[in-house]
Design a protein around this ligand. Structure first.
Ligand code: GDP
Length: 636
């Protein structure tokens, strides 16, 4: 192969290529010299690599999604040029329509640029970097779980009271979702107010898993009960270590062994029986064993090597938020990283504000709060949700900017109205929503169903589990289903009669199931119905228009010669004039050989073609293709 031929293939001037080949140390005389196949391949690879490196350095930062016009401006090209590129790929977009991220990136790449998403302000402040050099130890966060009446509240109360110093004992305590105790020697432990298993899991589902250690309370006089098992499942699902507190030993000291046996059967082997689970016998009434329990918590915490960055701006999780008369919005937050100060500007959900006041669980005003502590803050400009993440930003202006970014983003993500007009107006891909409410007989099945559903990932359909719970389907489920047009799954649970009536009235679909795979089969079928069918373009051939005829009966006929492949009646074609595509998808309405209608004409043969695009001219090229449409299938 000669150098100028290779240059043509690579789309660079021949002389330039010759120079670059010389730079690679390959001896040639000029662009007329020939290269053997291996050398040509080597040159090709070298140049490709060079190009890729250059592209990787040519970074343009943008905010996705981009409109066609915005992309053109960023690339320094005329918008019509981009429109044409898109047309060649079968995408008819106008200047103000947005294009898919992948497509924009590909077009930019072809022009020699790397498009990179501008880092959102939010990511700058809301990401907890795990740079080990800036990390220091933080107190453990403990959640107490277990069956009702086994003594969770009593245990928390005992620990709280016994760790309040004399000077504080008169003070009021207030509920802020969590509190911290300080033991002799200055070690601290944070306890989350018993949240109930559902809340624990709901927080986890939102990525707000703040618990480091679960204390599983089992009453020695009652043993393992359904909620004990449930608590174990939830803690294990969250991958949080469990310490067992066998409670009420003042009442039934003999019960301890029974509890240990029952727990062993569930996979929790006590340490003193050679297993791995720490079990401490306690009494929330007399206080026996509680000191040891706290020591065990500290020991476990040490093994977990819990750390936080105290140097960065604070961030954490909302525990509770409400409006309080006279005070405005009062929000309890849990600090995960950094030190939160009075006067800091905080962003949370779609709200923000400067912290005017900050209190601990004894209503003492604080100036700062460090990682693993919970405080009440006053100053947010709206109520936020439990589980929301909060973070500190340098000033209110930045806060407002981030909230604008968030609002813009949620607009994009919001389901489009049923009419779909909006979406075509904005040129955005319509995101369909499939919403589900799941009611099941146990938390275990509920989680199993949910995780199966969540494993279905589809670009066009957003699957949302709106609500889930254990127990029968009730009125509030139906109300929610109606409000959000959701489908209700009743898994091995009944439907309350009032709920059934309401569902009938409101035309809400409730389906009862006994087997998990039936749920997924149904959902799969429903989703497949929502998916756009897959369209595959099959190129058939190419014909060139030699002469246009006007026939009185048929209209304008293009006299063509089939250059490649075949032309088929009923198929589609692109009409190309020079470099431009002037019609993207035009139908071949009629096909003739002399005067006869035929179904297809093959390569090398002349024919008359009538296409639905009427402005065909002599010299135009018709690229003939067919579309294969197939229903999309989901694999679960
Ligand atoms: P929770 O539902 O798990 O929060 O349980 P509570 O803390 O409300 O306790 C349930 C009942 O058990 C209350 O009447 C407590 O007084 C009692 N209780 C809790 N711990 C102990 C204990 O160690 N010994 C005895 N005798 N009673 C206890």
């Amino acid at each position: 192969m000669r150098v100028y031929e290779l240059a043509k293939q690579l789309g660079i001037p021949a002389k330039e290529l010759a120079e670059r080949i010389k730079l690679l140390g390959i001896k040639i005389k000029s662009h007329m010299s020939s290269l053997d196949a291996d050398t040509a391949e080597l040159v090709r690879q070298e140049l490709e690599e060079e190009k890729e490196k250059a592209i990787a350095q040519n970074v343009i930062e943008v905010d996705f999604p981009l409109t066609v016009r915005e992309l053109a401006v960023k690339l320094g090209r005329r918008p019509s040029e981009i429109v044409q590129i898109l047309m060649r790929q079968g995408k008819m977009l106008n200047l103000n329509q947005t294009l898919e991220k992948e497509l924009a990136v590909k077009i930019a790449y072809d022009y020699g640029f790397t498009l990179r998403e501008k880092p959102k302000l939010e990511t700058v402040y809301a990401t907890a970097e795990k740079d080990s050099s800036s990390l220091s130890p933080r107190p453990p966060v403990v959640t107490i779980m277990g069956h009702i009446d086994h003594g969770k509240t009593s245990l928390l109360d005992y620990i709280r009271k016994s760790n309040i110093t004399e000077s504080e004992s008169g003070g009021i305590t207030q509920h802020i979702g969590a509190y911290q105790i300080e033991l002799e020697g200055g070690k601290k432990i944070t306890f989350i107010d018993t949240p109930g298993h559902e809340t624990f899991t709901a927080m986890r589902a939102r990525g707000a898993n703040i618990t480091d250690i679960v204390i599983l309370v089992v009453a020695a006089d009652d043993g393992v009960k359904p909620q004990t098992v449930e608590a174990i499942n939830h803690a294990q699902a969250a991958k949080v270590p469990i310490i067992v507190a066998i409670n009420k030993i003042d009442k039934n000291p003999q019960g301890v062994d029974m509890v240990k046996q029952q727990l062993s059967k569930l996979g929790l082997q006590p340490e003193d029986w050679g297993g791995k689970t720490i079990m401490v016998s306690v009494s929330a009434k007399t206080g026996s064993g509680i000191k040891e329990l706290l020591e065990m918590i500290l020991l476990e915490a040490e093994m977990l090597e819990l750390k936080a960055n105290y140097q960065r701006p604070a961030l954490g999780i909302v525990l509770e938020s409400k409006v309080s008369s006279g005070l405005g919005v009062v929000t309890s937050v849990f600090v995960q990283e950094g030190i939160l100060h009075r006067g800091d500007v905080v962003v949370c959900g779609l709200h923000y504000g400067r912290i005017r006041n900050m209190y601990d669980d004894r209503k003492r005003a604080l100036k700062e709060a460090s990682p693993s502590s919970a405080v009440e803050i006053i100053g947010l400009n709206g109520v936020v949700s439990a589980g929301d993440k909060f973070f500190v930003v340098p000033n209110e202006k930045t806060a407002r900017k981030i909230i604008e970014e968030r609002k813009a983003e949620s607009k994009i993500r919001q389901p489009q109205s049923a009419g779909g007009n909006l979406s075509s107006l904005w040129g955005e891909k319509e995101q369909k929503e499939f919403r589900i409410i799941i009611k099941a007989d146990t938390y275990g099945t509920l989680e199993a169903i949910e995780s199966l559903i969540k494993s279905i990932k589809l670009e066009e359909v957003n699957i949302q589990v709106l609500h889930k719970g254990v127990g029968s389907v009730n009125n509030s489920d139906i109300a929610l289903a109606e409000a959000s047009q959701a489908f209700v799954v009743a898994f091995r649970v009944s439907i309350e009669s009032k709920a059934r009536e309401l569902a009938k009235q409101k035309k809400i679909q409730i389906k009862r199931y006994q087997v998990i795979y039936e749920v997924t089969t149904d959902i799969k079928a429903a989703l497949e119905g929502m998916l756009e069918p897959e369209v595959k373009v099959v190129n058939l051939g190419r014909a060139v228009v030699k002469k246009m005829f006007n026939l009185s009966k048929v209209g304008t006929v293009a006299g063509c010669i089939v250059e490649r492949g075949k032309v088929v009646r009923g198929a589609y074609c692109r009409v190309i004039r020079g470099e431009k595509i002037i019609a993207n998808k035009s139908k071949i309405v009629s096909l003739k050989r002399f005067k006869d209608d035929v179904r297809e004409v093959i390569q090398g043969i002349e024919c008359g073609i009538v296409v639905s695009f009427s402005a065909v001219k002599e010299g135009d090229v018709l690229e003939v293709f067919e579309e294969e449409i197939s229903a999309r299938r989901i694999n679960i």
